[in-house]
Structures are given as structure tokens and as C-alpha cells.
Write a new protein. Structure first.
Lengths: 371, 127
């Protein structure tokens, strides 16, 4: 099947990007600088990401708040207009359908950005669970999304917006004109750095990207999906399909802060019950020391050899892992029994037949120093 | 079609070999490096280890993936590029130079004739 292309595909080609199949999309995994330099550019200066493959949906109508109230685990419907809210969509059993951001435009309209690989599933979910309370408009095909992230991101975007955007608070959003292009500009991102995500019409994406590239400060780079993944992992931001799925709840994933259990929503009862019973497993962050020279990747087993040597020894599973580019060694996330999830706990991970020691760490692996 | 250095021999697994006295120096090709992206770890055998053609002799980890390295010919490891332990990025920077991995003293000389010429390898990567 022909891979789908974002409006910025010709630009990636021209920049010499290495393109890979990402959920049916032909996407840049890295540019000639390479993933490690791209990662550091975002931590130290600024990076531009084409994330137009993500899905965008508009929910609107006089009763849209009732629909949103049912769908979302976080306090989305009651948020003030102009606020973006991270939330999970849960199944009745508490498993996660997707994680996404709802942008509340008014009491009658929400803009939603969902994971690319889940767009079709989410649209079905919305249709099946909003009970005709609102109109569902899939605008993915004609919406482009460019993320601008890093300590120099705000200055770069603000200067192209005539000074209109620097004052936007974290998770605030507004309509803005950036380099002559009408955008929804949100102070959000997926890197742990400050910055913006800019949604615009697909046919204006090249103009916006080009203006950003032309004004890129020293050290700035275009960034591929490879560094997008290492950046989000270092900042301990979950990835659907790795760390989140139908079989794990947000409470197990450590996302209780985005679940308001005093509300009624799909999955609320199951999550209240789970909280009442107590968790049995939990997503833990781990570090592998530099000298162990190993990377624990998605699907590797966490083992306790005192329980046996084969399947009996498996106590958990790694969901994400990679090099800690700015923190050293390697890092990852794994579902493990709650008793093994405490910071400082020593874990053993079977890295392709080699038992490798890892230590549970709390919080983000990398935390930015600037506000 | 990408061209590959003329003084080397190649394998279908994207390794190159260069005659170095009675031994053969082994590394991975630019094509392999482009596919892997930034390399972060290399696990290599020790000097004196015996390897068998087609069997795993090490692993290479990039940011995104882990791959096995397969012995291009059978033989004894006579040298290992120890500098890759701290600077694996040399493989990205100079795959045919500072990024070499091991030297092998072949034990089955006939296997050398099965290696690919630059042209044959270029066709293999274009396929």
C-alpha cells in the first residue's frame, strides 16, 4: 500500500531525511544530523517537528460538553475556554483507548489532537459513545501540525507572530497568525521542553515551516521521529501502543493526575474499584548504568531468577527503552509488581539473553532547568 | 545506485572486508549505517575468539534498534577495535576507516571466494 504523505513530505525529501513507514505514513525518522544531535538541539536550542500525521477532530454542538464529559478522564468539559487539557479516553473496564489533548474553544466546541495510529479507532469511539450529542468532524486530512520545541522555541515563534504569543501560559492556546499563516497556537509539546504546537491548513504548512527554518537560531534543527521518541522518554511522557494500551489502566500507568475519579465518565467505576482494591502492577521508570552497556527495549522481560529460570521468572515487561542521551546510560519504562516499583529497587532485565541490572527511579529522567 | 569502495569485499549482511596482511579487517557498510541511524553501543568478541561464518559474533545497537553482526567468514579474531567501546559514533562517521570492528584470520580460505565484489554488493543494496 502506498504510504501516506504529510504536506511537508517534499521538504523532508529536500532536507535529506531518512523516511520510514510509521503507521502507514512516510515520515522522517531522522535528518542528516542524526538522532543524537537532533535530541541535543531540542534540549539546548530549538527543533522543528512535522507531526501532521496526528489526527485532528472537532467536536461541536450545543450539548458537546455532555459528550466530552462522558469521554474524558480529566476535567476537560469544565475547563475554561482557551485551555488545552491532557486526558485519557478509557474503556468501561478502565483500559486506555487513547491519550490525547482536548482544546476547549468554547462551551460548544472542542478541538482534539489524537495519536496518528489511533485516529480511525478514536473516531469510531467518539461516534459510538457521544450518542449524537455533538457533531464529529474529522479534519485530519487538511490539517498540518508543526511542533516547535526547545529553550529558544518561544522566542522563534513569538517573533514570527508579532509578539503575540510569548505571554501564552503553559497549556494555553489561541488563534494566531504566524509568518502570515493562520494557526491554532498551543503552548504544548511532547519533549519536556517549552514551546508551541502550531496547527494550520495543510496547504499553508510549507510556508509556515519555511519561515520557521529561515529564522532558526544557531543550533536549531529539524527533528525526526527518532529524537521525538528519545525526548519524550527522557521526559517520561507515555507513548500509546508502548506504555499505554487496552490492557493497562491510567492508574497503573502513573497517570492518576489526569483521572478525576469524582466525576462520571466511561471507565470511572472500574477505576474507582481498582483504586479501592489497590494496584497490583505499576509502570516504573528504570535506569541501566553506563557500564552495563545495554539497552532494554519494548517487550523485553523483567525477571526474578529466584522464581525459576524460564517463564516462571518473568515478573514484568519493558514497554519503552532507549539511550538516555542527556542523562547517560540507558533508560526505560516497565510494568512491574507494585512492590518492585519503589525508587531504588534493583530489577533484572533480560536483554536478549543477557541478564542486566537496572534501578527503579522516580519522576522524569530529565528535567529542564529553565522555567 | 550508491557506489562502494573498490578495494573491499562485501557480504549480503552489509559487512565489508579489507585485506590486512594475512588477516581481514571487518566493518559495516555505509548502506548499513544509513539504515541503522546513530549507533550507541557495539558488543564485539575478544581477541582469540573463534567465529563461524554466518554465526553471530556481536551486536550493534542504534538509538532505535538492535541488530546482530554475522561473521563474514570463519576464523580467529586477531584484533578488536577497542576505541568503539567509548566512541561507537566512529562507525557513523567513518564506517570504512576508524569505524572498523574486528580483524579475522580466516580458517576456511575457500569462503573468501564467496564474498561479493563492489558491483555485486551495489546491486544487492539496490534490489
Amino acid at each position: 500500500m502506498e504510504r501516506k504523505r504529510t504536506p511537508l513530505w517534499p521538504v523532508h525529501k529536500q532536507l535529506g531525511a531518512r523516511l520510514i513507514d510509521f503507521g502507514g505514513w512516510d515520515m522522517p525518522v531522522s535528518y542528516p544530523a542524526g538522532t543524537i544531535k537532533e535530541h541535543r538541539a531540542v534540549r539546548e536550542a530549538v527543533g522543528l517537528f512535522d507531526v501532521s500525521h496526528m489526527g485532528e477532530v472537532v467536536l461541536r454542538g450545543p450539548r458537546v460538553r455532555e459528550a466530552v464529559e462522558r469521554l474524558t478522564t480529566n476535567a476537560v468539559a469544565s475547563a475554561p475556554a482557551g485551555k488545552a487539557v491532557y486526558t485519557l479516553l478509557c474503556r468501561p473496564d478502565g483500559g486506555v483507548v487513547d491519550d490525547c489533548i482536548f482544546y476547549k474553544r468554547s462551551d460548544e466546541e472542542f478541538f482534539v489532537i489524537v495519536n496518528a495510529s489511533n485516529t480511525a479507532k478514536d473516531l469510531d469511539w467518539f461516534r459510538d459513545h457521544t450518542h449524537s450529542l455533538c457533531e464529529i468532524d474529522d479534519v485530519s486530512d487538511y490539517t498540518a501540525l508543526i511542533a516547535v520545541q526547545g529553550p529558544k522555541a518561544v522566542e522563534l515563534v513569538d517573533q514570527l507572530a508579532g509578539g503575540a504569543l510569548a505571554g501564552l501560559p503553559s497549556f494555553g492556546f489561541t488563534n494566531a497568525v504566524v509568518a502570515g499563516v493562520e494557526c491554532l497556537a498551543a503552548r504544548t509539546g511532547y519533549t519536556g521542553e517549552d514551546g508551541f504546537e502550531l496547527a494550520c491548513a495543510g496547504d499553508e504548512a510549507v510556508a509556515l515551516w519555511t519561515a520557521l527554518m529561515d529564522n532558526l537560531p544557531p543550533g536549531g534543527l529539524p527533528i525526526g521521529l527518532g529524537a521525538r521518541d528519545t525526548l519524550r522518554l527522557e521526559s517520561r511522557l507515555p507513548l500509546y501502543g508502548n506504555d499505554l494500551d487496552d490492557d493497562h489502566t491510567p492508574l497503573e500507568a502513573g497517570l492518576g493526575w489526569a483521572v478525576k475519579l469524582d466525576r462520571e465518565f466511561i471507565g470511572a467505576q472500574a477505576l474507582r474499584d481498582q483504586k479501592q482494591r489497590g494496584l497490583t502492577r505499576q509502570l516504573a521508570g528504570f535506569k541501566i548504568a553506563e557500564d552495563a552497556r545495554a539497552i532494554a527495549r519494548h517487550g523485553y522481560a523483567v525477571v526474578d531468577r529466584s522464581l525459576g529460570t524460564s517463564e516462571a521468572a518473568v515478573i514484568g515487561t519493558v514497554t519503552s527503552g532507549g539511550p538516555g542521551i542527556c542523562v547517560g546510560g540507558s533508560i526505560g519504562l516497565a510494568y512491574v509488581p507494585v512492590a518492585r516499583a519503589r525508587p531504588g529497587t534493583e530489577l533484572t532485565i533480560d536483554c536478549r539473553g543477557k541478564d542486566t541490572p537496572a534501578t527503579v527511579v522516580s519522576g522524569k529522567f530529565y528535567k529542564r532547568t529553565q522555567p | 545506485m550508491t557506489s562502494f569502495p573498490n578495494d573491499l569485499r562485501y557480504t549480503h549482511d552489509h559487512e565489508w572486508l579489507r585485506a590486512a596482511g594475512s588477516a581481514w579487517r571487518v566493518g559495516i557498510t555505509q548502506f548499513a549505517v544509513d539504515q541503522l541511524g546513530d549507533i550507541t553501543l557495539v558488543d564485539l568478541p575478544r581477541e582469540g575468539d573463534l567465529v563461524t561464518k554466518g554465526q553471530r559474533f556481536g551486536t550493534i545497537e542504534s538509538v532505535k534498534s538492535v541488530s546482530d553482526l554475522y561473521a563474514p567468514v570463519s576464523g580467529k579474531v586477531t584484533a578488536v577495535n577497542a576505541s568503539l567501546k567509548d566512541s561507537p559514533e566512529q562507525i557513523n562517521n567513518e564506517p570504512y576507516g576508524a569505524g572498523w570492528m574486528i580483524e579475522l584470520e580466516p580458517t576456511e580460505k575457500a569462503e573468501l571466494s564467496e564474498l561479493l565484489t563492489p558491483d555485486a554488493y551495489a546491486q544487492h543494496t539496490a534490489a
